[in-house]
Design a protein around this ligand. Structure first.
Ligand SMILES: [Zn+2]
Length: 167
């Protein structure tokens, strides 16, 4: 097992998003924000779901922002994998945007990103969470069967809390 897959991040994001909708005042659309946030940090990886498996969303956005860049940048030129997108920095930015403008979407994306970071603590590569500090954090490693079990467990839990609330 090299890394936690996007499928697992999404299954956990859907679980967390469902819990957020049920147990907090945040509206139903926050589930979309949380699910999006749960995939966003892997925008630093070329083959991630959020990059549409190689479409290079990050590189294309960078090309739009940076007018001097005539060509679409490869992702590794913009983000080092497991760098700034896997730290508290984007999370903090979303929370600040939420506090400034009050849009729930920023808060739900922040929650989703936090869910991604928590899961990635169980992958072999430790996170440089307090970017730009060099200090890294991480726990033990998932293996692929263990990860599959968690994926299924996350979906079962989603259904359980949904049923508990609405049935
Ligand atoms: Zn990740």
């Amino acid at each position: 097992m090299i890394k936690i897959t996007g499928k697992t991040h999404l299954s956990f994001g859907i679980l967390v998003g469902t819990a957020v909708v049920i147990y907090t005042p945040l509206g139903l659309t926050s589930i979309i924000g949380v699910a999006l946030g749960s995939l966003l940090p892997d925008i630093d990886s070329e083959k991630s779901i959020i990059n549409l498996k190689g479409y290079n969303i990050a590189g294309r956005i960078w090309c739009l922002i940076n007018k001097w860049t005539k060509k679409i940048e490869p992702i590794h030129n913009i983000f080092k994998h497991r760098g700034i997108t896997h730290s508290f920095v984007p999370l903090g930015v979303c929370i600040i945007l939420f506090l400034l403008y009050g849009y729930q979407i920023f808060l739900s994306i922040a929650i989703g990103m936090l869910s991604h970071h928590i899961l990635d603590l169980f992958s072999p590569v430790k996170l440089r969470y307090f970017y730009p500090l060099e200090y890294k954090i991480g726990f033990f490693k998932f293996n692929s069967i263990f990860e599959k079990i968690f994926q299924i467990l996350f979906y079962i839990l989603t259904i359980v809390i949904f049923i508990k609330r609405f049935v």
